[in-house]
Design a protein around this ligand. Structure first.
Ligand code: ZN
Length: 389
């Protein structure tokens, strides 16, 4: 992750939407120069792989800035939730919105993040809090996937919070998810993944493993919201279930590191959330030094991270979690692509991979990308060899 593998004064040659060749300019085969139909002069600029945002809740009905101001004035999350705010607020607004309204909002946000350099994205449901509500979100995500100029993976966040009426009979709710909802979502091909919010007071590690096993039976690979609020056992559950990723990981210690070492689970950190909530950051340094290949994602959602700006995510990872610029860029591109099972096809400048890349403004070094925090140095966005921005 520390090796940026920089090629100075380079050429990049694309053909059929894929990267066909790259290397130092003086090594460019003369026939390539002759047959190129379009040329872009990138003198003084950095060309880097496009961002892959492997964790978002992009489809939502309304922003929650009033709660943000209440929190700044000292209200706790519990007080806001008790007054009808929080996830319940999002769920209510989602229920009231039509599919077209949800799609219009999500489409606008998708184009906003594309302009900031996101070239592949994951979108979760989760604000439905009822089966019909979840189906509505998944259908909107699928419509977005069908029209999107960038690749999209859709995740069914089957277990986000336990509804009140199931407090005394959790097992009935888990059974409903495993034996009715997951099969229905899979049959309609509405999702690529299933996800569980594994935290104290939400879903236990055993329940998480049970739900992810049901997903696997129906062809949906697993993801886990893990160890955000406490040492919940979510990381170990993700490893036991063979999930693709364990996301959040603010609370990670030696036991979690041992569980992740040698597993195929991609530990995914979401520093935008810690920034916005003012909570402790995930121990990225400790995880990298333990040999883990971590990914970075935005967690774009209306409650805890209302930004999908991956430039800011990378900058926050550097400034607050002490990741080096090369590490943060690797985490936000190649490692995030692996978290979405796209690693062999995207996430780096490599011959044969899809030509998804960014061209920055003139910069003295790629390290200026996180250095100019809060800015986007991205000037051009290329996806499948076509310029989108
Ligand atoms: Zn999330």
């Amino acid at each position: 992750m520390q090796d940026a593998d920089l090629v100075e004064d380079a050429f990049l040659y694309c053909e059929g939407g894929r990267i066909a060749a790259f290397g130092p300019m003086h090594e460019m085969p003369p026939d390539l120069a002759a047959q190129a139909t379009e040329r872009v002069d990138c003198t003084g600029r950095v060309v880097l792989p496009g961002y892959v945002d492997s964790h978002t809740h992009l489809v939502f009905a309304a922003t929650r800035e009033a709660e943000y101001v209440q929190r700044l004035q000292g209200a706790t999350y519990e007080q806001i939730a008790a007054a009808g705010g929080g996830i319940l607020n999002s769920a209510r607004r989602t229920a009231a919105a039509t599919e077209n309204e949800l799609l219009a909002g999500a489409r606008q946000r998708l184009w906003e993040v594309i302009r900031l350099g996101t070239t592949a994205i994951e979108i979760k449901s989760g604000y439905g809090l009822s089966f019909d509500g979840e189906l509505k979100l998944l259908r909107v995500a699928q419509q977005l996937k069908a029209e999107s100029p960038i690749p999209v993976r859709v995740t069914y966040l089957a277990a986000h919070a336990l509804p009140m009426e199931y407090r005394e009979r959790r097992q009935d709710y888990i059974r409903l998810i495993c034996h009715e909802w997951i099969p229905a979502v899979a049959a309609e091909k509405l999702a690529d993944y299933v996800d569980v919010f594994c935290e104290h007071g939400f879903f236990t590690p055993d329940e998480t493993v049970e739900i992810l096993a049901a997903g696997a039976t129906h062809g949906l690979a697993g993801r886990v919201h893990a160890n955000e609020l406490a040492y919940s056992g979510g990381v170990q559950a993700a490893v036991r279930a063979g999930a693709c990723s364990a996301d959040h990981l603010e609370c990670v210690g030696p036991e979690e590191l041992r569980a992740l070492a040698g597993s195929a689970v991609v530990p995914t950190l979401l520093p935008g959330t810690a920034f916005f909530l003012g909570i402790a950051y995930a121990p990225a340094r400790m995880m990298i030094d333990a040999g883990l290949g971590i990914a970075l994602a935005s967690d774009y959602n209306p409650g805890t991270c209302p930004t999908g700006n991956m430039n800011l995510v990378v900058a926050t990872a550097c400034a607050q979690m002490k990741m080096l610029p090369a590490e943060a860029l690797c985490a936000a591109t190649l490692n995030a692509a692996h978290a979405l099972q796209w690693g062999s096809d995207m996430g780096s400048i490599a011959v044969g991979k899809v030509a998804n890349f960014l061209v920055t403004n003139p910069l003295s070094s790629y390290t200026c990308i996180p250095y100019h925090f809060g800015h986007s140095t991205v000037q051009q966005v290329w996806v499948g060899g076509k310029r989108l921005v």
